[in-house]
Design a protein. Sequence first.
Length: 203
Amino acid sequence: MSLLDLAPVIPVVVIDDVETAVPLARALVAGGLPAIEVTLRTPAAREAIARIAAEVPEATVGAGTVRTADDISASVAAGARFLVSPGTTPSLVEALEASGVPFLPGAVTVSEAMALAERGIKELKFFPAEAAGGVTYLKSLGGPLPDVRFCPTGGIRVETAPDYLALPNVGCVGGTWLTPADALASGDWARVEKLAAQAAALR
């Protein structure tokens, strides 16, 4: 199954304390969101991926903010089942293709999307979504690039997610609103599960 079809929303998670990784993942899965993107923005990220992969088998855990070949190899070794990059360079896309796991390379311009489509890669991350033109921009890409689908991420909120999901070239959206920092700090997993359930019901 395509990454874009696992759920309407992929939680984009920043984990500072590795001890929160497993209960956080369990809350998201319980709410109906099995795909979880753990961003490589903190020292705890790779261990968090490893713990989720080992202890929450019902989750499909991936690594986000992948920028180098080393990021890719370390993430896959930790147990990441998919990879997401904020942008795409020639060397990075080669490493992504060689990784052996599904991936969503980042693209924000028509030329970037066309270059990836030429390689047969037609499921992309669109980042930063809101700053780059949002729903209006993505809608305009549907005409010239009808065979390319996106997961827009960046600045999307629960109130705006349905507008993105209504577009035929959007498979899902990435969202940070599902894991508020104060909920993670206090261990309010019931709140995270509730937010996940609301997101899962968007489509």
